[in-house]
Design a protein around this ligand. Structure first.
Ligand code: F6R
Length: 242
């Protein structure tokens, strides 16, 4: 696991967008694993800016989102589906059929998790996975205590994650209690991983990720076993290292 320290949020976002563009421009077909949340918002804006300026084509890009809330429809304003279209997919020329996001509202969520995992197996893991990190060290929605062997599954969100995500909802009790998420084992199938972290709220999680050795209480520490992980942390997020 390598670390790149950058000054702030803007530089972190530009670094990540640059790597995605390199991949897109350098491959005839590319599969991206994508994250939602506050961290990648500027990265998506920069990709959209690039698209407007340079018309970088996304026709050969296939995307697989990490997770989705359970129990809300894809047209719910807080669904990750809406997030992705609003921040990214609506603004570039990616074919809709290339986009994959778990369905949070189905009669059988466990079946949906299996279906999603099969899609990722079919491509033998994504080429480039973008991750954020939760204040409690989660990646995707793999909360502390989740076995690292789990593939895509349904998970109950912790109180701290629901509180952290309440900023997007009118009331905290509207935040869904469950989600469907790629498991750690799914994430580890990726060929390359970029984990982005910005701000002092992430400093403890970044410190734990580097100091813990494959500890289920710090899900992000699972990334230590992967051969190609780059952590891009800004000064505040990296403040507790060294
Ligand atoms: C989002 C995801 C989560 C977030 C994490 C950080 O798809 O899987 O793991 O990356 O909760 O969220 P922000 O960026 O809002 O701090």
């Amino acid at each position: 696991m390598r670390l790149v320290k950058v000054k702030g949020y803007e530089e972190m976002s530009a670094f990540a967008a640059g790597r995605i563009l390199e991949k897109i421009k350098g491959s005839q077909e590319v599969t991206l694993g994508l994250a939602t949340g506050g961290t990648p918002v500027r990265m998506y804006e920069l990709l959209v800016q690039d698209y407007k300026r340079n018309q970088t084509s996304y026709r050969h890009v296939f995307t697989y989102n990490l997770d989705e809330y359970a129990g809300i429809p894809s047209d719910h304003p807080n669904s990750y589906y809406q997030f992705m279209f609003q921040h990214f997919f609506n603004h570039v020329n990616i074919p809709k059929e290339n986009i994959h996001i778990p369905q949070g509202l189905t009669t059988d969520l466990h079946q949906e998790a299996k279906r999603y995992e099969k899609l990722i197996d079919k491509i033998s893991g994504v080429d480039l996975q973008i991750l954020g990190i939760g204040e409690n060290g989660h990646i995707g929605f793999n909360e502390p205590g989740t076995p690292f062997t789990k593939e895509t599954h349904v998970i109950e969100l912790t109180e701290s994650t629901r509180q952290a995500n309440a900023r997007y909802f009118d009331h905290e009790d509207e935040v869904p209690t469950h989600a469907i998420t790629m498991g750690i084992a799914t994430i580890l199938k990726s060929k390359e991983i970029l984990l982005l972290a910005s701000g002092d709220k992430k400093a403890e999680a970044i410190y734990q990720m580097f100091s813990k050795d494959h500890d289920v209480e710090c899900p992000a520490s699972a990334l230590k076993t992967h051969p190609n992980v780059l952590v891009i942390a800004d000064e505040k997020a990296a403040a507790r290292l060294e």
